[in-house]
Ligand binder design. Structure first.
Ligand SMILES: [Zn+2]
Length: 256
């Protein structure tokens, strides 16, 4: 069985080939794709995809890159979207101090506001954090015991992962765990408790070994899961069984 807990199937790279990509995933045992959105148009597109494809569910949120577009009208739209049938979380949200596409103050404000929304609606969150782990943790900590979710495409240290685990977060691995130059991630993948591990592709980005350079697709989650299972010296099936249980625990509403 395959599950991809974070992908962007509304990306323009899939125009005209999406049916093939989804069919390929299902033919390999794919049961679920959680499609993450990042702005108003992406939320609309993601919901449309979830209406067309039974295996696609969505999270709705404003990415830190797009934080500067978060006005009152957007937040009204976001709250309505979060109440839709196949929207199962708020995300992706967070902080990105690597690209700084939006001012940091604005990123923090939008992050906080979306965490308040997740708390109000009792929904899990999908967190994007790049070069911003200290501030991300400080903000998430304010919601300790009230909001939890997943650290998507986790790229930090084991020390930091422990902090997120203490807050109840799940740690999700993607392509970089398969990269030869990745030093921190194998350590994190070996130490995260099995009942807190998730796997994803972040398609179309972060294509795993051995397909680096090609557009990523949900089928490639297999290579991420194989790598994590290898590191932990457990079988692929044991790992995916754990991931399935973790998805059900975190995103209660999903039927798959
Ligand atoms: Zn993403």
């Amino acid at each position: 069985m395959l599950i991809d807990t974070h992908a962007h199937m509304d990306d323009e790279r899939y125009i005209g080939i999406l049916d093939d990509v989804i069919n390929e995933f299902m033919s390999q045992g794919g049961k679920l794709i959680i499609n993450s959105s990042y702005d108003k148009k992406s939320i609309e597109d993601s919901i449309k995809l979830s209406e067309k494809y039974p295996i696609i569910y969505s999270t709705a949120g404003l990415h830190p890159h797009d934080a500067k577009t978060g006005d009152e009208e957007f937040f009204k739209f976001l709250e309505e979207s979060c109440k839709r049938d196949k929207v199962v979380g708020v995300g992706e949200i967070g902080l990105d101090y690597y690209y700084d596409h939006s001012p940091r103050k604005v990123q923090q404000e939008m992050f906080l506001r979306q965490l308040l929304l997740a708390e109000k609606l009792e929904m899990p969150v999908a967190i994007h954090s790049r070069d911003a782990h200290k501030d991300t943790y400080d903000i998430l900590k304010k919601f300790s015991g009230r909001v939890t979710g997943v650290m998507h495409s986790y790229s930090g240290s084991w020390e930091m992962a422990k902090n997120y685990l203490d807050l109840g977060y799940y740690i999700s691995f993607s392509g970089p765990v398969t990269f030869k130059n990745s030093r921190k991630l194998p350590e994190v993948a070996s130490k995260v408790p099995l009942d807190r591990i998730l796997v994803e592709t972040d398609s179309p980005y972060l294509t795993p070994v051995p397909f680096r350079g090609r557009t990523n697709t949900p089928s490639f989650v297999k290579y991420v899961a194989e790598k994590v299972a290898d590191i932990r010296e457990i079988s692929f099936d044991s790992l995916m069984e754990a991931v399935e249980g973790n998805v059900r625990n975190l995103f209660g509403d999903i039927k798959f």
